[in-house]
Design a protein around this ligand. Structure first.
Ligand SMILES: O=C(O)C1=C[C@@H](OP(=O)(O)O)[C@@H](O)[C@H](O)C1
Ligand SMILES: C=C(OP(=O)(O)O)C(=O)O
Length: 430
């Protein structure tokens, strides 16, 4: 699909979509706990759909009930030989350890960019937990046979926090008692906070977080599990960041549904916007943001790597040189994002230099709208779209359907706000 964006302003009120990080974790929690879980404000992205399918393959029943999704589960009891994670990094890294709770052999498959993302963590770690594993030399597909036994273990957290999230769910579900996961060089730390928060919300055992170095499950206390849990999926700061940046570049927009108290890593977009002198007023449950003169900023995105694409769009319109740290975190995302951003924003006339862990962006020189590609990466498509709002000429973005991975409503949301956007296979709601 091709999206065509003409320079335009955006104006109005919009609600951020549901967070796929929260929704996928809620699916995992609803699967591993015994009982009924009602998910309010459920996500509808492809990654969310993958998670909902996986929990059914692992034995849960899932029913849409009006605006909610009702999950009923007796714990992990696979009814299929395969779980399909489609393109979701979080789903594969979380549900592989969860599926390993079963003694049945399970194949773990995925598609698209996921086939190129490393999974060798599992080859190293799962055998230490009594799980048999075969992979295609550290890549998909995986074949695992459990049941996983929680053990004191040391793992590497530098490539991705998602593996730790999976282990935390698996340990909690297996009733881990007086046992700890020691993690070295943990990155994307707030995502682990979100994991702990979801475990708590679903009444599952929550380990002690000892300075992000050890996650210790104390001796299990006898508790009476709740029969029914109600959980509301919070709004998505990662998708919301594109709305906020779009408004800072070319708009006057109220964004609703973003919780400033959230554990989500990407709420840090607010710090970057403030450093860039964006004009914002923050009220309960809404952020009002208006176009203003923007200045270059410095920002460390090591723990919130998904902010790179929106922040590059922002930096392009900031007078001066912006420096963002954390590029080494971008190599194994849906695309190699540092290179993709350099290439695609380069086509728009923005000079981006990559030096060690830094991305250096020369902003304020104007954007030339042109033909760009998403590289099948949702966040690149959305970054190009918001950058186009104040560019010169017409931006055509190929692979625009990539947004379905996290934010399927993105094109219609910006159209509703008045962006001049058309797509080749959908009628947008202006
Ligand atoms: O746990 C999560 O929900 C995520 C963690 C982050 O990955 P890493 O831990 O690999 O940085 C982030 O980039 C990804 O989009 C979602
Ligand atoms: C990298 C991302 O997701 P995941 O790792 O879950 O595929 C993302 O949403 O940008």
């Amino acid at each position: 699909m091709i999206a065509t964006v003409q320079p335009s302003s955006i104006k109005g009120t919009i609600t951020a979509p549901a967070s796929k990080s929260a929704m996928q974790r809620a699916c995992a929690a609803a699967l591993v706990r015994k009982g009924i879980s009602v998910l309010h404000n459920p996500g509808v992205s492809n990654d969310d759909k993958a998670a909902l399918n996986i929990i059914q393959q692992l034995g849960a029943t899932v029913q849409q009930a009006g605006e909610t999704i009702v999950v009923e589960s007796g714990g992990v009891a696979p009814v299929a030989d395969t779980i399909d994670c489609h393109e979701s990094g979080l789903s594969i890294r979380m549900f592989t350890s969860v599926a390993a709770l079963a003694s049945r052999k399970i194949s773990v498959v995925g598609s698209g960019s996921l086939a190129k993302r490393p999974m060798n963590f599992f080859d190293e770690v799962l055998p230490q937990l009594e799980v048999e594993i075969n992979s295609r030399e550290g890549y998909l597909p995986l074949e695992i046979t459990g049941p996983l036994q929680p053990r004191n273990i040391t793992v590497d957290g530098s490539l991705s926090s998602q593996y730790l999230t999976g282990l935390l769910f698996a340990y909690a579900a297996a009733g881990a008692s007086d046992v700890g996961i020691h993690v070295t060089n943990l990155n994307s730390r707030p995502y682990v906070d979100l994991t702990l928060e979801v475990l708590k919300s679903f009444g599952l055992p929550v380990p002690e977080n000892r300075n992000y170095e050890t996650f210790y499950f104390p001796p299990l206390a006898a508790t009476a599990p709740a029969e029914k849990i109600d959980y509301t999926v919070e709004g998505d700061w990662s998708g919301g960041a594109f709305l906020l940046v779009g408004a800072a570049i070319a708009g006057d927009v109220v964004v609703k549904g973003l919780d400033l108290q959230s554990a989500q890593a990407d709420k840090a977009v607010m710090q970057a916007l403030m450093s860039a002198s964006a004009l914002m007023s923050v009220e309960v449950d809404q952020i009002h943001i208006r176009q203003s003169k923007l200045k270059a900023f410095q920002f460390d995105a090591t723990d919130c790597p998904d902010l790179f694409p929106p922040l590059v769009a922002l930096a392009s319109y900031c007078e001066g040189t912006t420096v963002i740290q954390g590029t080494t975190r971008l190599t194994h995302k849906e695309s190699n994002r540092a290179l993709t951003l350099q290439e695609e924003f380069g086509k728009m006339g923005i000079e981006i230099n990559l030096q060690d862990d830094l991305m250096i962006i020369k902003g304020g020189t104007g954007i030339t709208n042109t033909e760009v590609s998403s590289h099948n990466d949702h966040r690149i498509a959305m970054a190009a779209a918001v950058a186009a709002l104040k560019g010169e000429g017409t931006m055509t973005i190929s692979g625009a359907e990539a947004v379905n991975k996290s934010y399927p409503q993105f094109w219609s949301h910006i159209a509703q706000l008045g962006a001049s956007v058309t797509t080749t296979d959908a009628v947008l709601n202006h």
